[in-house]
Design a protein around this ligand. Structure first.
Ligand code: NAI
Ligand SMILES: O=C1O[C@H](COP(=O)(O)O)[C@@H](O)[C@H](O)[C@H]1O
Length: 248
């Protein structure tokens, strides 16, 4: 049994991808505002991440946090992303510092930079022979208010790292889809993240040493326009899947 990890948003899709592969590798505490059905590989906490006291309590004795909880909808309205994604994420970082947690892995999103997909770049940018790449050093360029909330979560992480020495990794997750890449959707195929690559990426994010980092979370797709260099270099991420292997 390894480190003690608090996983927020554990009842969701990304949470399941992580837990299903890494159940035995960490001592899990699973937090969600919705009850988790069935037997779970760890203690379950039903709480809202905007509840400071509940979040602080959930972090007692924890070494690392994987923070997934939030509104994942690209079309989510401002009041929801403000409460769940921005306020909730600040609550998580603050509680981490107060309780002595060493690292937070934050689920950011492709939508923090989706406005780089300008009319003159698309659809070519989604195709294998296009050389345009985002590498994580570029400024955020959100395509919607949800993306703004993810850019805010990254910036909050920068602050908590600089001010409190918290290790923070922001993973700009692409498109997590089980079994195969999205069908008839070039953007989704360019940023596909398979379930096993997702689990491996979050495993590496809990093992590697870093201060503050932004990496892209996608499989090794031929179509990619996100660089995987930083994830490989800093985390030792070694993805096994490629959406091109599912082409007809
Ligand atoms: N699934 C994907 O392809 C991508 C996901 N992400 C991010 O990854 C994270 C997880 O996404 P999914 O698993 O797909 O979403 P999901 O909707 O399946 O899971 C999110 C979970 O968070 C919980 N939650 C939401 N607000 C909460 C709050 N205030 N307090 C406590 N729990 C709360 C929900 O009950 C849900 O179980 C999200 O932050 C999302 O923005 C980012 C990019 C792509
Ligand atoms: O951040 C997210 O991104 C993925 C991919 O975005 P899409 O607009 O191409 O579907 C999305 O599926 C996921 O729900 C969201 O949280």
């Amino acid at each position: 049994m390894g480190e003690r990890v608090l996983l927020t948003g554990a009842a969701g899709r990304v949470g399941r991808a992580i837990i299903d592969d890494l159940a035995d590798d960490y001592e899990w505490r699973l937090l969600d505002r919705d009850p988790l059905a069935g037997s779970q590989p760890g203690e379950v906490v039903v709480a809202d991440i905007t509840d400071d006291e509940a979040v602080r309590e959930a972090m007692e004795g924890i070494d690392a946090v994987v923070h997934l909880a939030g509104d994942p909808r690209p079309e989510a309205p401002w009041d929801s992303v403000l409460a769940n994604n921005i306020d909730g994420t600040q609550t998580v970082y603050e509680a981490a510092v107060e309780t002595g947690v060493e690292r937070v892995v934050f689920a950011s999103s492709n939508h923090a930079v989706s406005a780089y997909e300008t009319d003159d770049r698309t659809p070519d940018v989604y195709r294998p022979d296009d050389e345009f790449r985002l590498d994580g050093d570029e400024l955020p360029r959100p395509g919607n208010l949800y993306g703004v909330s993810k850019a805010a979560g990254e910036t909050l992480g920068r602050y908590y790292h600089d001010a409190h020495d918290l290790s923070v990794l922001c993973v700009r997750i692409g498109n997590l889809t089980k079994g195969h890449p999205p069908i008839d959707y070039e953007r989704g195929q360019a940023m596909w993240l398979s379930y096993r690559d997702c689990a491996h990426l979050f495993d590496r994010s809990l093992q590697a040493e870093y201060g503050y980092e932004i990496v892209y979370g996608i499989s090794d797709n031929d179509r990619k326009y996100y660089s995987l260099e930083r994830a490989r270099e800093v985390l030792g991420y070694d993805p096994r899947d490629n959406s091109a292997d599912h082409d007809d």
